[in-house]
Design a protein around this ligand. Structure first.
Ligand SMILES: [Zn+2]
Length: 100
């Protein structure tokens, strides 16, 4: 087994887990409930971790890669007015057209 992904935010981990499961990759979630026990432990020890079989590792990596690629964070162009918008904007800042 290998760790494919870990993050402080368990929602992000859950998101990655969903993607992997939808792709037919079985994952093992470790430290799922550890965050409540933070104290003596250093914070990073208690991050939820997603583990996959080594045989599935490259496939799993390809599946979750888009979550963290520049493409996801890249700006997008409005279909309506052609304006560039930051990735975090859900609608065009100029004309309020929905993100494509
Ligand atoms: Zn626009």
């Amino acid at each position: 087994m290998k760790v494919i992904y870990t993050a402080e935010n368990r929602l992000l981990v859950g998101n990655a887990q969903n993607l992997l499961e939808q792709a037919g990759i079985s994952v093992f979630l470790k430290n799922e409930h550890a965050a409540s026990g933070v104290g003596e432990l250093s914070a990073i020890d208690s991050w939820p971790e997603l583990w996959v079989d080594e045989a599935d590792f490259s496939k799993a990596k390809a599946v979750i890669e888009p979550l963290f690629s520049d493409e996801v964070l890249a700006s997008w162009q409005c279909e309506e007015c052609g304006e560039e918008n930051e990735a975090s904007f859900e609608v065009c800042w100029q004309c309020q057209h929905n993100k494509p």
